[in-house]
Design a protein around this ligand. Structure first.
Ligand code: PMP
Length: 397
């Protein structure tokens, strides 16, 4: 049976990671893979996480199953982190959450949930979007279509085109929005634009799915969730897929959540029964470790403060390097304007250079960037920023 299979190309980012690893140039820079890095190029375990892990090791009493929804304390803490403590949707008991294996697991659960709601739903994603969005929803048998989002020429939003496209989308379809730190463009909606999108969702009756994988990496934990909180206060139904991979640095522990907001408490119970049935049919129950770490941190004011400080440090580093990168590139690359880097949020921006220039960066300078020119700003440091900016200036001459 296996002989029927045809080999598939490796994921471009994973291929890039392997090529970077094999490169012996001491000046090599990896701006490909989407993980946070510190000044030394490491992705360390957060101190708050280490402390919570010590606590867990000393206090865990059982390895028995934790149930379909996972750790219920974690689920509640995530709802509060996403929506804020006294959000009307929480007060009205309209939110149900399942702990999931990462944000990816959450999106897959959401995809199956959508399929149960409407077998013929189309999921609309931004052009461009995180590549895995498309394969995830298609793998669940859903149709995926795109709506205009990023303006590659002006390095901003195609907001009028986006509004036009969303205004044609019918009830029964799903529109995926990135809550903050849009991957791959770094270009986010402002408060007024969130309101416009909310008004269109209400008028059209489509369902919004918010993917929030970088809460706290843009402006602040609260600001980064402002758009989703606005939507949640004005629409009847909402799906939220969240991830703790980046903001808690728990990438490999695979911890996320899928939250469904329904029109009232009894509809929420029905949604929850379907949500849990979906979970049962995919992986039965989520792994316990990451959820215990997050709930331990969020249950302790001391650990929460420690985590906030560490998250602030990660965000400040990213934002510092957005400004520095803009300055250096504008200084060294004559006739080019990189000021958009400072206006965008999170780890990613498109440099806006072409394939040939990207290839030269890799071949001649050992600088690894994905083919779309998306760079992970967190891969830049005081030690390599001049080397990087000089290389970009050279290949764009
Ligand atoms: N959504 C977006 C937009 C992402 O960039 C990512 C991670 N790259 C995820 C979801 C999923 O993250 P994870 O499964 O690692 O938690």
């Amino acid at each position: 049976m296996f002989s029927q299979l045809k080999p598939l190309p490796t994921d471009p980012i994973l291929g890039l990671m392997a090529a970077f690893k094999a490169d012996t140039n001491a000046n090599k820079i990896d701006l490909g893979v989407g993980v946070y890095k510190d000044e030394q190029g490491n992705t360390p375990v957060l101190k708050a996480v280490k402390k919570a892990e010590e606590f867990r090791l000393a206090n865990e009493t059982s390895k028995s199953y934790i149930g379909l929804a996972g750790n219920l304390d974690y689920c509640q803490k995530m709802e509060e982190l996403l929506l804020g403590n006294a959000h009307p949707a929480l007060l009205a008991n309209r939110v149900r959450t399942a702990q999931t294996p990462g944000g990816t697991g959450s999106l897959r659960v959401a995809a199956e949930f959508i399929k149960r709601c409407n077998d013929n739903a189309t999921v609309w994603v931004t052009t461009p979007t995180w590549a895995n969005h498309i394969s995830l929803f298609e793998a669940a048998g859903l149709t995926v279509k795109e709506y205009p989002y990023y303006d590659y020429e002006k390095k901003g939003l195609l907001f009028d085109e986006m509004v036009n496209a969303l205004s044609q989308i019918p009830a029964g379809d799903v529109v995926l929005l990135h809550a903050c730190c849009h991957n791959p463009s770094g270009m986010d909606l402002n408060a007024e634009q969130w309101q416009t999108v909310t008004d269109i969702a209400k008028a059209q009756g489509f369902t919004v799915l918010i993917d929030i994988a970088y809460q706290g990496f843009g402006t602040s934990l609260d600001e980064d969730a402002a758009g989703l909180r606005l939507l949640a206060s004005q629409v009847e139904e909402l799906i939220i897929c969240s991830s703790c991979s980046k903001n808690f640095g728990l990438y490999r522990d695979r911890i996320g959540a899928c939250s469904i907001i329904s029109k009232d408490a009894s509809a929420a119970d029905v949604s929850n029964s379907v949500l849990l049935s979906v979970v049962r049919s995919i992986y039965s129950m989520p792994p316990a470790h990451g959820a215990d770490i997050v709930s331990t941190i969020l249950s302790s004011s001391e650990l929460t403060t420690m985590w906030h400080d560490e998250l602030d440090e990660m965000r400040s580093r990213i934002n510092e390097f957005r400004s520095l990168l803009k300055e250096k590139l504008n200084d060294k690359c004559h006739g080019m304007d990189f000021s958009f880097i400072e206006r965008q949020h999170g780890m990613f921006s498109f440099l806006g250079i072409n394939k040939e220039q990207i290839e030269r960066l890799q071949k001649e300078y050992s600088i690894y960037i994905v083919g779309s020119s998306r760079v992970n700003v967190a891969g830049i440091s005081h030690a390599n920023i001049d080397y990087f900016a000089d290389a970009v200036a050279e290949v764009t001459k």
